[in-house]
Design a binder for this molecule. Structure first.
Ligand code: ASP
Length: 312
């Protein structure tokens, strides 16, 4: 495997191999010296064109825990603000000979493009509303830890499915591991032909008690050009997961950041059913496993592109 751009590129054995490797890395996080030399001398470039808390910090921690050197690049404060394009930035940063580039962008297909411009391995850390494959892997990891296996589990993904890259990647990952996925939200926030991804569609929470896992999504306001719901209050009244709607045996997930009082009420965020903190912790070991999978045993890439002139 050279890149991780989409969950579609992974079959069940490949997903399980990454999860099994991630499990072995939990021992590293528990040590006093939280580091192994597996990727010593390798360079990881974090290229973030969109806000991130969990994904960026956990990729950095994952690379450092494997002894790789990390270059963090955020578009704000860089020459992007002077008009430098993504391609020029990637070619400029390629002069540093990264072995792997982690890219987050507001644009669908950005990671795929970057993979064509660099000899480095590329990991998609979220491209617009398209995909977020490492989020799906850490969610599957968290669920395996909680349930043992996903086979036959009923997972409901609730909220703004239309603008969610997490929904797309997670539907694929959950179904590949044998779960039955239902997406639920207002009709305006469910894409047409959603069933072609192998899930069922519901527009009310009436059948939510059938779910083993409830996965709530944030309203992706940054991707909304229109008004998709009459009001946030109305949305919360119909779709918020709260103490009244969440059953005692159900598992509650959310990719973060949570809008308290919108998709989740405060009481369920802190309930024993919630595994939101476990999802964040899983982010480090799963991303270690992804970096290891892509880099360990692979020789350093040779530069295939001429670096663009570096602007100040
Ligand atoms: N953190 C996730 C993402 O980047 C989910 C979200 O932002 O709502 O897609």
């Amino acid at each position: 495997m050279r890149h991780l751009l989409s969950i579609a590129d992974l079959d069940r054995p490949a997903i399980e191999r990454i999860l099994d490797r991630a499990k072995t890395f939990t021992e590293v996080s528990e040590r006093e010296i939280k580091k192994v030399p597996a990727l010593r001398g390798r360079r990881v470039l974090n290229l973030f064109y969109e806000a991130s808390t969990r994904t960026r910090s956990s990729f950095e921690l994952a690379a450092k825990s494997l002894s790789a050197d990390v270059i963090n690049f955020a578009s704000s404060g860089s020459s992007v603000e002077k008009g430098e394009s993504l391609k020029d930035t990637v070619q400029t940063m390629s002069a540093y000979r990264p072995d792997l580039i982690v890219i987050r962008s507001p644009h669908v297909g950005a990671a795929q493009l970057v993979a064509g411009w660099t000899p480095a391995s590329v990991v998609n850390a979220g491209d617009g509303k398209h995909e977020h494959p490492t989020q799906a892997l850490l969610d599957v990891y968290t669920l395996r830890e909680r349930l043992g296996a996903l086979d036959g589990a009923s997972i409901w993904i609730v909220g703004d499915v239309l603008h969610s890259r997490v929904a797309r990647s997670n539907i694929m990952a959950f179904t590949k591991l044998g779960a039955k996925v239902t997406v639920c939200g207002p009709p305006t926030l469910i894409p047409r032909a959603m069933e072609t991804l192998g899930c069922e569609v519901e527009y009310t929470l009436d059948r939510l008690p059938e779910a083993d896992v409830v996965y709530a999504l944030r309203m992706q306001k940054e991707r909304m050009t229109d008004s998709f719901v009459p009001s946030i209050r109305e949305y919360a009244a119909q779709y918020q997961i709260n103490g009244r709607r969440l059953g005692a045996r159900q598992v509650l997930m959310h990719p973060g950041p949570v809008n308290r009082g919108v998709e989740l009420s405060a009481e369920v965020i802190d309930s024993p059913q919630a595994v939101i903190g476990q999802q964040v912790a899983a982010g480090v070991v799963v991303r270690m496993a992804v970096l290891y999978e892509l880099l360990a045993g692979r020789s350093a890439p040779q530069p295939a592109v001429t670096p663009a002139p570096v602007s100040a």
